[in-house]
Design a protein around this ligand. Structure first.
Ligand code: CA
Length: 190
């Protein structure tokens, strides 16, 4: 069972119309738009083309995504496998004078994968973060032209196809007036 909660903290309206008063429906959340790759509950787009950080951010937003945020070793490993070997912009940047890095999508910085000696922003004014081919992070100048970037967005959730639904749905299906199959005690032979 997957709770319908957006782990990144943005709004996601909770739909209860299908869940009231009967058994829970387990939604499968792995549907992605074309050209996006699913991993766990998110979809990833590996963009190619020379861009500064802010233009990579816009490119993701144009596709209804965000520059990627990374929250676990598993997610990092997935990205390292798929991302450009020459480095990709990610959604982390240094917003303020305190030197704190924040994710574009507002999620907590609960994982990091800095390269040894990084970040160096405090002394050098590097405020935008890239992922090297090794997967390690480096803060870099935001106007640097990088050849790749990574976007993410939540995967779309769909209820799983119930067993036998493909042949049972029809004009004379056994579904009741509320659209549900009868209780298991009802005879199911045809
Ligand atoms: Ca750096």
């Amino acid at each position: 069972m997957v709770a319908e909660v957006d782990s990144r903290g943005s709004h996601q309206h909770h739909s209860s119309s299908r869940e009231h008063s009967h058994e829970a429906i387990c939604f499968v959340c792995n549907t992605c738009p074309e050209k996006w790759i699913n991993f766990q509950r998110k979809c990833y787009y590996f963009g190619k083309g020379t861009k500064q950080w802010v233009h990579a951010r816009y490119a993701c937003e144009d596709m209804e995504g965000q520059l990627v945020s990374i929250h676990s070793l598993e997610e990092q490993d997935f990205l390292t496998k798929h991302a450009s070997h020459t480095g990709s912009w990610i959604g982390l940047r240094n917003l303020d004078l305190k030197g704190e890095f924040v994710w574009v999508d507002g999620s907590h910085v609960d994982y990091s994968n800095w390269a040894p000696g990084e970040p160096t922003s405090r002394s050098q004014g590097e405020d935008c973060v890239m992922m090297r081919g090794s997967g390690h992070w480096n803060d870099a100048f935001c106007d640097r032209e990088l050849g790749a970037w990574v976007c993410d967005r939540l995967a779309t959730c769909t209820p799983p196809a119930s067993e036998g639904s493909a042949e049972s749905v029809g004009p004379d299906s056994r579904r009741g007036p509320d659209g549900r199959l009868p209780a298991p005690s009802a005879p199911l032979h045809s």
